[in-house]
Structures are given as C-alpha cells and as structure tokens.
Design a protein around this ligand. Sequence first.
Ligand code: ADP
Length: 546
Amino acid sequence: MDGMMMHRPLLVKDILTYGTGAHRRGEIISVRTEGDIHRQTYEQTGRRIAQLGHALEGLGVTFGDRVATLAWNGYRHFELYYAIAGIGAICHTINPRLSAEQLIYIVNHAEDRVLFLDTTFVPLVEAVLDHLPKNLTFVIMTDRAHMPDTTFPALCYEELLEGQPESFDWPDMPEDTACGLCYTSGTTGNPKGALYSHRSTVLHALMTIVAQTVSFIEGKKVLPVVPLFHVNAWGLPFSALMSGLSLVMPGPKLDGPSLFKLMDDEEVFSAWGVPTVWMGLQAEMKAQGRKPKGFEDVVIGGSAAPRSMIEAFEALDINVCHAWGMTEMSPIGTHGTLPRWMDDAPLNKRIDYKQKQGRRCFGVDLKIVDDNGNPLPEDGRATGELYVRGNTVVSGYFRNEGASTKAFDKDGWFGTGDVATLDPDGFLTLRDRTKDLIKSGGEWISSIDLENAAMSHPAIASCAAIAVPHPKWDERPVLVAVAAGAEKPDLEDVQRHLSEHFAKWQLPDDLVWVDALPLTATGKVSKLTLREQLGDYQHPDLRETA
Ligand code: ADP
C-alpha cells in the first residue's frame, strides 16, 4: 500500500554494524586455548570480522556454503559467527562431545567446505580424518607461534586475517537466507539439523532481550558457559552485542574453581548454562563461603533446575531465570523472569514459580494437546504434549524429509516431545519427556518431579528417575543416584524424604547408587545410556520371584 513503512530485511550484519558502533567500547574477554586471557573491544572485533570476511572469500567460500567450527567459547569463534553469516554462508557449529560416528555423519551430511578448529581438537580431527570430505579445508584458530603439528594440511587463522582490509561492505540478501546450522545431539538415530535464518536469528535476539529484562543491562558482563557449539550459546553472541553486554568467554575450563576465578576476576554480572555446570560452581561457592564478585543473575536451562540449586543461588541474591527451549527453537522458548505482581510474594512462592519453566517469549506460541491432538485447557492441571509455533521455530529439518514430516501436526505446529502443563498466568511446567515417562498401572509419574524432590535430600548430589518394567504395573520408578558425600541413605530414608510431596504409589521402588551419571553431549543426564548401563537390572519384585 502507498506510504507504508520501508521493508528492510532483518540481517545478522545489522547486529554487527549496530553493536560494534553503538557499543564499540564493549569487550570480549576470552580465556584462550593458548593459556592466557585475551581482551578486545567490540570495535576491534568488528574490524577483525571484516578481515575474516575477506579471508573467507579468499578461501573461495560463497553464498550458501557451510563453514564448520569445532571450538570453545572465545573471540575467534564469535568472529566466525558474524563473518560467515555476513558473506551469506552458513556457520555450522559442531559439538566436539558428539561420538566420532555422529561427527563424521554431520560433517558429511552438511557437506562442509571449511572446518575451523581450536588447537585442542586436532587429535579429534586426526582420528576421523579418513572419513571426512576430501576437499575440506582446515583452519586452526591460533597464531603462527602456536600452530600445532598436524597430520593434515592446515591454515593458520591469524595469518589468514593479516593484511586484510579492516572494513567490509557486507552484501544485502533476503532475510530468509540461512546463516547458522546446528544438529541436535540425536539421542536416537542420526543427529538432525536445525537451519537458522538471518531473520530468525535477529528476531530471537530481540525476543530474548525483551523477555529477560533483568539479564540484559548495557555495560555489564555476561558469561556464556553454554557453548557456542550448541544452539548459538542460546543466542548470546547476538543478543549481547545488540544490547551492549560485554562477553566473558570461558574457553575449555568449565569446572567450578576455574569458573569461580574467572567470574570473580572479571566481575561477571550474568552467567548462562545447564544445571550440571552450576553444581560445580555452587560447590566452589560453598568451599569459599561467598559468591564471585558482582554475580547477580544466572540463567539456567537445558534441563530442569533443581529447587535446591535455585534456593542456593537466591539465598546469595543471585536472581535465577529458569528458561526452556530446544535446538529446534533457536533455542529459547520460555523465560523465568517473574512478573512484577509477584514482587511481594513470599520467597517460597517465588521459588515455586522459578522452578517452573517460565512464560513464553514474544513470538512463541505454545499449546498442550491430548493423545488425539486436541488442545487441553491452560489450567495448570491438564497435562499433555507441548507443541510450539513461531518465527524462531524450525519448519523442517535440514535435508531430512523423513524426520521433518514426523515432527509436525496437521496445522504445522512443531511437537517438542515434552510433556507439560500451562497455567492461566502463562507459566509452563515441564513434567517429562514423552520418551522418559514412567507409566505405572495406567497412571504416569513425573520423573522431573521425582528427581527434583530427591535432589533436595542432603545426601544426594544428582539423580535420575527411570522406568523399569514390572509384571503387574507395567512400569515402576527406580531412582539412580550419585551420593554427595560418604553417606548413602537407604531406600526407606529416601522414600520418607519424598513422601511429603508424593503419593505412596509414586515413590521409587528401588535406589541404585552409582559413581556418576552418564551425560549427553549437551551436559544432560542421558537416560538412554543409563538404561544401557543398567543392563540386566531387574525390578526387586522380579528378582524375588526368580
Ligand atoms: P539436545 O540436542 O540435547 O536435544 P536441546 O537443547 O535441543 O538439546 O534439548 C531440548 C530439550 O531439553 C527440551 O525438549 C527439554 O526436554 C529439555 N529442556 C530444555 N530446557 C529445560 C528446562 N528448563 N527444564 C526441563 N527440561 C528442559
């Protein structure tokens, strides 16, 4: 229509040019694989991204090409995100914790042209070299002095940048151009690729900044423990630059003492990651009897945040934002910033709400449905599979028609595989994954609820509730736990602890102590591997009759 607004495509280059200008004094502070701490401003970063853009073109990378990364969180990885997208190519981040078989699968499936890697990952590449595409170009993300010996020909990152022009006239392109690719860790079958567009990436950054008003404060520092190699570190490379948060990149060392020291030295304001890393940090906070200086905000997602973890952070005035999302959702779907009307609510009630997965972000539609796909009421009680829709949700999987058709309902909503309730205030509560459900005598028991309650037992550090076959009840819950110290309470003790929150039939029938729980490539407890590890474990009732 005449006289309407301009239409400019939403492009990643706009975050780059805006952020490196408006927030040019912002910084990226990185723990390098070289061993030192490196600092550069966003303005310097912008110049290096321009150089990298020219270098990529020099390597023959063109529009639509996939350029892979195998790298920790650091400034060079950040530079790759923007330079690759800037020239219209696709940044394919690879999770180095995937099995060799999965890594080989995804590099070949994506048909990557160039692979950028940290020095740490040279042995990983050498181990699978024979199975990688023959025309793959390797670039090692370091300077000449630190170039390792390799059995494959490799270029040097800093040498590629040297002498390149420090500005780049980034091309315009349609906003639906792909800019990022991330494969799900594929707990069953081959990993599936989620292909992000410039448009979805820009919208996702805007959405999260609007939702998590507490986390995005210009001039403060944010630390993504969540890796850049998995779903764009929950979008932080984009939302931080857009909002003027400086980035503190932790490199390879993510244990409690290393994180504590880095956060303390840099006075990190907000830190983002999965519950497993916070366990390490909280242990260190306990050992030191204090929190890292300036630490006021933590974003927890990827798996359910245990209540005890939320309480421990909040007790030290660290605001917990419990978020939920998926690789297929860019990834943030809901956020845990509490609405103002809860300001005066008692702490216990606030924690009840922080334990939920939060409310939807602008642009993400949620619905829960029954077994026939009919929508269920949002009354906080009705429980069903969660479906989502929105501009930051995949419309299919990259080059995978089979998986794509299965994932959506007839109206085009994406099935998350999560089982949840929604309440009238819009709070989402995840009860389980469809594949982890424990169905006992036709009634189901939430493994997330059981795990959460069990983890508040002082002797339990972490645990997993799993279903084991039972002749009478079909399935019964069994708790597999890791002890926090030397004490290992018996089943009755743990049942007593749980009985406050659960009916008798919902309590686990057995307690199995293990030294550690197997984790997936994204740091979640892998129930699939756990079930395999338990091998011929049988329910106690079966053992007695045998
Ligand atoms: P993966 O590659 O391991 O599948 P994703 O990050 O895509 O990694 O995993 C998404 C799934 O993780 C969700 O469907 C949900 O089951 C689980 N998840 C994510 N955030 C939370 C949360 N806050 N609470 C409980 N489960 C979560």
